[in-house]
Design a protein around this ligand. Structure first.
Ligand code: C5P
Length: 234
């Protein structure tokens, strides 16, 4: 900013696919009454929109151009997953962007520096009073490096595949656990080895291994870490 203006606080929640970032971020945002940024949704929207527009997933210039003018709208109301329903070109796409195929496409477009740069300002615009909970891969390292609290969640790939399997089963979607594990491992490799904003914890992030924790235990741990943000200052 450079204006000395007080910015709204941000809590960043980063980590690999299927670790439960979205769930924790959503619960935390709801409890605090803060806004929420699901940054993965933006990459998923670029992948979905590109497929629909016939833009090849390796055409960085065209993808970055599309990402810069992404015709997305977040509306409160029905069909909302993270508190807001997502519309691409006026069409509700909340379910369409959650497929494994779209996730894989997102991870490909997310490796392109031009696409990441095009989405930067859009992500930062979510930072509004009273505060923002931002979930993704590079929230603490690149998008909000000045966030007063950075969380990095991890869990073994097997445990993440099991969680995802359970989630999909509950939705009546039939998948194989082995295929999910393979998908998650591939995505981890691509996300952590890319040169543009790879998945790494910020130096000042609090790392929480959630492998044998319940959602509530993770939430309580994050809330404890966030408590100093709300301590009265004199
Ligand atoms: O979190 P989600 O699974 O929706 O993210 C989809 C993909 O988008 C990830 O695999 C990752 O490649 C990419 N992503 C990213 N940076 C973010 C959020 C998501 O590169 N901040």
């Amino acid at each position: 900013m450079g204006t000395g203006e007080q910015q709204a606080p941000v809590i960043t929640i980063d980590g690999p696919s299927g670790v439960g970032k979205g769930t924790i971020a959503q619960l935390l945002a709801r409890e605090l009454g803060w806004h929420m940024l699901d940054s993965g949704a933006l990459y998923r929207l670029v992948a979905l929109g590109a497929a629909r527009q016939g833009i090849p997933l390796d055409d960085e210039t065209a993808l970055a151009d599309y990402a810069a003018r992404l015709p997305v709208e977040f509306r409160a109301g029905e069909g909302a997953t993270h508190g807001l329903a997502i519309y691409l070109d006026g069409e509700a796409v909340g379910d369409a962007i959650r497929t494994e195929e779209c996730g894989a496409g997102a991870s490909r477009v997310a490796a392109l520096p031009g696409v990441r740069a095009a989405l930067l300002a859009r992500q930062r615009a979510f930072r509004r009073p009273p505060g923002l909970v931002a979930d993704g891969r590079d929230m603490g390292t690149t998008v909000f490096p000045d966030a007063p609290l950075k969380i990095f969640l991890t869990a073994s790939a097997e445990e993440r595949a099991r969680r995802r399997y359970k989630q999909l089963k509950e939705k009546g979607i039939d998948v194989s656990l082995a295929a999910l594990l393979e998908e998650i491992t591939e995505r981890d490799t691509r996300d952590s080895q890319r040169s543009a904003s790879p998945l790494v914890p910020a130096d000042d992030a609090l790392r929480i291994d959630t492998t044998s924790m319940t959602i509530d235990e993770v939430l309580q741990t994050v809330k404890q870490a966030a408590a100093p943000l709300f301590a009265p200052r004199d």
